[in-house]
Ligand binder design. Structure first.
Ligand SMILES: Nc1ncnc2c1ncn2[C@@H]1O[C@H](COP(=O)(O)OP(=O)(O)O)[C@@H](O)[C@H]1O
Ligand SMILES: [Mg+2]
Length: 319
């Protein structure tokens, strides 16, 4: 059994609103083992980014963490001092925020931006720093000359590679990437996905890959967690889950993946996710579920239980 690197237990993160809290992450548990790529999928608004902020304790008001544990190599990131947490961020766990490739500083050269991330955490000579930056750029598939360029001189795919280089700069054990391919065209996406997979082997790091794009998930993840309305509804080995999704929501998501070989018509998921200020009782997917059992599914909340080898599902169909 590979060792657990990150163990998230019963994490609850809400946003305060004038009426009722938005229950964006509601009792989420999963783990990430060493050198694996865990995907977190689910439609927009299901709580993926909130989960990422919460793990890193970067959730800002009106967001707040209501409960749970985030154990990184055994110590709870939600309990340690801010000082220690700052040391862990970047050095041990790095984060590629959603849209970060568009958030590079337009008036700073790439070498300065990558350099800042390094010198904030390490004592390093100018010469060593330059060499480090060049090596990083090469390792993400860019020319060393990119160091002297400004963000506007780079394409979207190149900027995404720069952002990934920054996340790799301090040789972290875990990289959390939030929608790293979303704004890119399919060909560029493929290159970025390949790069994320290389990171795992080069850096021997684990990756949490957050994206609503199931086709992207299918290309790289080892294990996959499906989120719906603030909860994980299914988690397991990615191949197995793609071949045989059990939760009705997972099935709908997977059947909606456009097939490349046969131009299949998109079979979307009908309806909309619920308002997370007042989610439906019982199973949150109940109003949209083709297999719902009235009197059961809208009453009892299904717990995430192991229904076959290494596969957890929260659904009353599998009792
Ligand atoms: N600052 C905020 N205040 C209130 N609700 C928020 C705030 N930020 C996000 N939310 C809500 O939290 C839920 C989860 O959002 P998010 O984590 O961004 O989802 P995802 O990344 O899966 O698209 C959504 O319903 C969203 O509207
Ligand atoms: Mg998001």
């Amino acid at each position: 059994m590979p060792d657990t690197l990150l163990d998230v237990r019963n994490l609850i993160a809400y946003y305060m609103t004038p009426t009722a809290p938005v229950r964006a992450v509601d009792n989420v548990s999963f783990n990430v083992t060493e050198k694996e790529i865990l995907g977190i999928a689910g439609e927009s608004g299901c709580g993926k980014s909130t989960l990422a902020y919460s793990i890193l304790r970067l959730l800002k008001p009106p967001g707040y963490i209501r409960g749970g544990e985030v154990l990184f190599k055994g110590s709870d990131l939600l309990k340690i001092e801010e000082e220690e947490l700052r040391r862990i961020r970047w050095k041990h766990i790095s984060y590629i925020p959603q849209s970060s490739m568009n958030a590079l500083n337009p008036v700073m050269r790439i070498e300065e931006q990558i350099g800042d991330a390094i010198i904030n955490h390490e004592k390093i000579s100018k010469g060593e720093l330059r060499k480090r930056i060049e090596d990083l750029l090469v390792s993400v598939g860019l020319s060393p000359s990119v160091a002297h360029m400004y963000p506007h001189e780079l394409s979207g795919g190149m900027r995404q590679r720069v952002v990934i280089a920054m996340a790799m700069a301090l040789d972290p054990e875990l990289i959390i990437a939030d929608e790293p391919t979303t704004a890119l065209d399919v060909v560029v996406q493929r290159g970025i996905l390949q790069l994320l997979r290389d990171i795992r082997s080069k850096l021997k790091a684990s990756v949490i890959m957050i994206t609503h794009d199931m086709a992207a998930q299918a290309q790289i993840v080892d294990r996959l967690a499906i989120m719906y309305a603030g909860k994980i509804v299914e988690i397991g080995d990615a191949n197995d889950l793609f071949n045989d999704p059990l939760h009705p929501y997972s099935r709908a998501l997977i059947s909606a993946i456009p097939s490349i070989s046969e131009k299949k018509k998109l079979k979307g998921v009908p309806g909309f996710p619920p308002d997370l200020r007042s989610p439906p009782p019982g199973c949150r997917f109940y109003p949209r579920c083709p297999h719902r059992i009235p009197g059961k599914c809208n009453v009892d909340e299904p717990r995430l239980i192991e229904v076959k080898n290494d596969r957890l599902v929260a659904c009353h169909l599998y009792r």
